[in-house]
Design a protein around this ligand. Sequence first.
Ligand SMILES: Cc1ncc(COP(=O)(O)O)c(C=O)c1O
Length: 421
Amino acid sequence: MFERARKVLPGGVSYSIRYFNPYPIYVSRARGQKIWDIDGNEYTDYWMGHGAKLMGHSYPPVVEAVKKQIEFGGHFGLPHEWEVKLAEKICSMVPSIEMVRFTNSGTEANMYAVRLARAYTKKNTIIKFEGCWHGGYDALHIAVKPPYRKLPAGVLEESTKYTLTLPYNDLESVEKAVKNNEIAGIIVEPVAGAGGMIPADKEFLKGLREICNEKNIVLIFDEVITGFRLSEGGAQKIYNVTPDITILGKIVGGGEFAVGAFGGRTEIMELLDQLKYSDYFERVFQGGTFSANPLMTCAGYTLLSELEKNPQVYTYLEKLGEKFRRGVREIFQEKDIACHTTGIGSLIGIHFTPTEPRDVKTAQLEKDREKTKQLFKHLLNNQIIALTEDSLHLFLSASHTLEDVENFLKVIEDFAKQLKI
Ligand SMILES: Cc1ncc(COP(=O)(O)O)c(C=O)c1O
């Protein structure tokens, strides 16, 4: 399949991180915490659709709702009730959101949020943090991996002229930057996901909030990963810090459909309102053919309604996650192998670093990449799939069991033993 795919899909995949050496698996079906490849191999999945599957694959309430909806139409390109219901649900669950708009990806939502912040403040520059990932939009697709100053191919210096990149969890550098620059927005992941599942310090997020209040800067939380994953109100509820704009994705589409969303205070979101801003050039544009389609919004509404009814899901995930992180850490410690785990709730990072990663930089720079690759391969050979070959970060879902975690730890134990031989 890989040979076939390589001829028509660059690299044989539709997203480069889905490739691993010597070739990726091609999936034929998925259910709960399991996936099966086209050769019939079964895997326990910690990739979980890039983290979109909070309740596991093919979550029955979502599947049932979507089956019913598709009979009535999967795409109208006109307003419908599901989008209103999903918007109401989001506004009632996420502390910072009074109004919301839907997009087809997190990348798009971030792009529009940057535009909105600029239009609202009438300023240009956006601060983003090293190691944070906000999708492929040019102005934000920088400083994702070290060396942070190097531009990825095709991204122009000009497109990033108004993006200022600063170290994560370093409030002092933000304080300095806002003194010397007119800043429109600060965008931050409350937990740096692809950067290694590194939670922000509470003081850092609180400090950003204070700076933004003082300087009329729009604070944007990219909660594409953390939204509805860390709690029913996202990371902002846990940290008790309220951003001006929140970015959502992944889970908000029920875990089964392409989605992104951005929402915030009415005063800011109103800039998108064609009734308030009838002049095309005064209004902030956002829209798309499939945005807020009935399948995605029906799936999203169904999932969020279930989460609202069952907040104990988060207690379960927290417990499972803690057992996972502690278990991995202790196994390597016992064997005197430098390995650290990071993350909160259902987010897990595994780092072969000499010291505990305090920030994205230490997680990204000091890694023993060979060991990471070896462990990825070892997991795969033991029917476990995790993201990614270069940087191990995993997602738990509510369909994972204690037995899955115990099995994972056994596999890790074998790996640690082999390393020691
Ligand atoms: C924090 C964060 N923001 C934005 C994105 C981009 O979202 P999408 O892949 O839907 O474009 C991702 C994707 O993984 C993400 O993790």
